[in-house]
Write a protein that binds this ligand. Structure first.
Ligand code: PGA
Length: 253
């Protein structure tokens, strides 16, 4: 059975005090049975959040593939592991776009995360023009092929996939349940071709992109949507509380 996951990507937001407060609130939330909750705070607050967290797992939004060395400003997977970090985002569209992270570089990050036993949340998703020209399924499959499918089956089993259509991130525009399910089915069947049906069935594929209390229930009810990677709504405790709650997960299922 694949895990049901709700993950909050705080991006570059919050003061230290605000991050500590939000972390405390998330840890006090009523989390639905069997739902795994992760938070991805800004790097500066990761250790604090890690030390404060009992009910939820803490991940980093980024990390560098080399263990140590002359890489000014970077933090390595090895250092994250030492700090007790359990997961890392890899391939978020903001990093692909603003920091020009290539598929080849993402591949190195994935390998490094797995060497250190950090769970990668691999993000994929198409920009608006690709959605509009109709080649979005091939586009996302190619992202997986170029960064992920070099992994052995054993290694692949450790990763979580997050499908995040770029046109839906932070825009208030969400993929419809049909659009989300269509892509999630395509991702799962491509995984099945590569690694077999059993591994595909056990891989968590999350949806991300303006997911909020108003649409989460119907998105999470899609057979192939195993939860969400949440940006904006993860910064508001009252909204995130709804996304992790039993009600959001049970009424439609
Ligand atoms: P959003 O961000 O929920 O604010 O659209 C999602 C993400 O970028 O992970």
């Amino acid at each position: 059975m694949r895990s049901k996951i709700v993950a909050g990507n705080w991006k570059m937001n919050l003061s230290q005090i605000q991050a500590q407060e939000l972390c405390r609130e998330v840890n006090r939330m009523n989390i639905g049975p069997g739902i795994e909750v992760y938070i991805f705070p800004p790097m500066l607050y990761v250790s604090d959040c890690r030390n404060q967290s009992t009910a939820v797992k803490v991940g980093a939004q980024n990390a560098y593939p080399e263990d140590n060395g002359a890489y000014t400003g970077e933090v390595s997977m090895w250092q994250l592991k030492e700090a007790g970090v359990e997961a890392v985002l890899i391939g978020h569209s903001e990093r692909r776009e603003y920091f020009r992270e290539s598929n080849e570089f993402l591949k190195q990050k994935l390998d490094a995360a797995l060497v250190h036993g950090i769970k990668p949340f691999f993000c994929c998703g198409e920009p608006l023009e690709i959605r509009e020209n109709g080649t979005f399924l091939d586009y996302v499959k190619k992202q997986l092929e170029e960064s992920v499918f070099h992994l052995s089956a054993e290694a692949f089993k450790q990763i979580v996939i997050a499908y995040e259509p770029i046109w839906a991130i932070g825009t208030g525009r969400t993929a419809s349940t049909e659009q989300a399910e269509e892509m999630h089915v395509a991702i799962r069947s491509r995984i099945s071709e590569q690694y077999g049906k059993e591994i595909a069935e056990n891989t968590s594929v999350l949806y991300g992109g303006s997911c909020n209390p108003g649409n989460a229930q119907s998105l999470f009810a899609c057979e192939n949507v195993d939860g969400g990677l949440i940006g904006g709504a993860s910064l508001k405790a009252s909204e995130f509380a709804v996304l992790v709650s039993e009600e959001t997960w049970t009424i439609l299922n």
